[in-house]
Design a protein around this ligand. Structure first.
Ligand code: URA
Ligand code: SF4
Length: 195
């Protein structure tokens, strides 16, 4: 399967009940050769209307942090743990996350990013089994040989202006790490996650 095929499967998917309330499902989007995949929680209202990830207010915050690191949206690949909007933006259920996870697994398998950037607690929980994002943000993790960078969800910066600086600083650090990885440098691992 290639990313186009995954995109089509996501658009047509009816594997969980979120298909009944969505306007559009939201496949991952961006550079198929990206060194990094950004993983958010689930689509919100604007994403549901447009069928694209991070195109609302949270998306603007993510874009600010990328621009601050000298990176454009099109250079990276952006996706979510769950591809359809949960009603009223509630957190996706365990069943929804489990049902949808085959798509993100395939996105990761195909793109084979140098590092995966986990945005916020929901993605942190479902991908690495973690919680307490504020304790782990800014850190590098490894699970089954794959590197992860952990940071806060861009939506957290909407009502807390101080946090935009935190997000910017983290994303800048992420791209410094990517530069080092590309130069063949060893990156210190802060946390090993059990598989
Ligand atoms: N929040 C998310 O987690 N993902 C999006 O795509 C938009 C907002
Ligand atoms: Fe399918 Fe995922 Fe949408 Fe559920 S959330 S319908 S599993 S694409």
């Amino acid at each position: 399967m290639d990313l186009e095929a995954i995109r089509k499967s996501v658009i047509e998917c009816t594997k969980c009940d979120l298909c009944k309330t969505r306007t559009h499902s939201v496949p991952g989007k961006g550079n198929f050769n990206s060194d990094v995949i950004f993983v958010g929680e689930a689509p919100g209202k604007n994403e549901d209307l447009k069928g694209e990830p991070f195109v609302g207010v949270a998306g603007k915050k993510l874009l600010l942090a990328l621009e601050n690191a000298g990176v454009t949206r099109d250079e990276v690949y952006i996706t979510n743990t769950v591809k359809c909007r949960p009603p009223k933006n509630r957190i996706p259920s365990v069943l929804e996350k489990e049902t949808c996870q085959e798509y993100i697994q395939k996105e990761i398998e195909i793109i084979r990013p140098k590092i995966i950037c986990v945005l916020g607690n929901t993605a942190f929980g479902s991908i690495l089994g973690g919680n307490e994002i504020t304790k782990f943000r800014g850190k590098v993790g490894r699970k089954d040989g794959q590197l992860y960078f952990i940071t806060i969800h861009p939506a957290a910066t909407i009502y807390n202006q101080g946090l935009i600086e935190v997000l910017k600083e983290d994303i800048k650090k992420l791209f410094e790490i990517i530069r080092e990885l590309k130069n063949g440098k060893e990156i210190p691992i802060d946390i090993e996650f059990a598989s």
